[in-house]
Design a protein around this ligand. Structure first.
Ligand code: HEC
Length: 193
């Protein structure tokens, strides 16, 4: 028994110091003072561990989204989404249109899937992993109450997140009808198509 317990402790210690473990990624400035370059560096450190967690349960979208192109140059915290730093990826069906960041009359093609990684920078500069959220355009016939979008999410450990699509996700996203209910990354990190 004791040997097993020791082994578990050793394994835990090894996991703790493995590079790319989000717990090792730290910032030494206040979150508000971080430049876009600081955030890019931090993100490089955090991302492998985020992906590892999201893909743990081998859910289809979690496995697929790492092949999609990023629709922002660095993670940003827009103030909504619980102060989380967000990084957005869009599948090939919708990418070109997404990165126009149109504000008027936007209509994303059915089949578009948008993935958004999230993490939080805590007061001491340590990182807390956040959920991986998805918006999938399924069309108004399939999702009449949520503008044709299906909202889903995975926890940092890859398990399904219980999502109140209409009452929570879309209740906020419906603020952007001209943008097909998308919020878009803050302007400083938008990329040109
Ligand atoms: C309080 C408002 C609010 C709520 C609630 C909310 N979102 Fe968002 N969401 C935003 C904003 C603002 C953005 C754009 C921010 C950014 O990317 O920097 C966004 C962006 C997104 C994106 C990237 C596509 C886009 O809109 O540009 C996805 C995917 C997403 N949210 C999914 C969800 C899901 C799933 C839920 C419910 C679990 C949810 N959101 C709840 C405000 C909200």
């Amino acid at each position: 028994m004791k040997i097993v317990a020791n082994l578990v402790l050793i394994l835990m210690a090894v996991a703790w110091v493995t590079p790319g473990h989000a717990a090792d990624c730290k910032v030494d400035k206040k979150a508000a003072d971080l430049s876009i370059d600081d955030l890019k560096t931090l993100y490089e450190c955090v991302r492998p561990d985020l992906i590892k967690g999201y893909q743990k349960k081998k859910k289809e979208n979690a496995l697929a989204y790492t092949d999609w192109k990023a629709a922002s140059s660095a993670p940003q915290a827009p103030g909504m989404h619980s102060g989380q730093y967000l990084m957005t990826y869009v599948n090939p069906v919708g990418f070109d249109q997404y990165v126009q960041y149109n504000t008027d009359g936007t209509e994303m093609p059915v089949g578009t899937i948008i993935a958004k990684e999230a993490f939080t920078i805590k007061k001491k500069g340590t990182i807390k992993k956040g959920p991986l959220l998805f918006m999938e355009k399924v069309g108004l016939d399939k999702a009449p109450k949520t503008g044709g979008w299906k909202y889903t999410g995975l926890k940092p450990n890859g398990k399904k997140l219980k999502v109140k699509a209409e009452g929570f996700c879309h209740a906020c996203h419906q603020a952007w009808p001209g943008q097909d209910f998308m919020g878009y990354p803050v302007e400083a990190v938008r990329i040109s198509s």
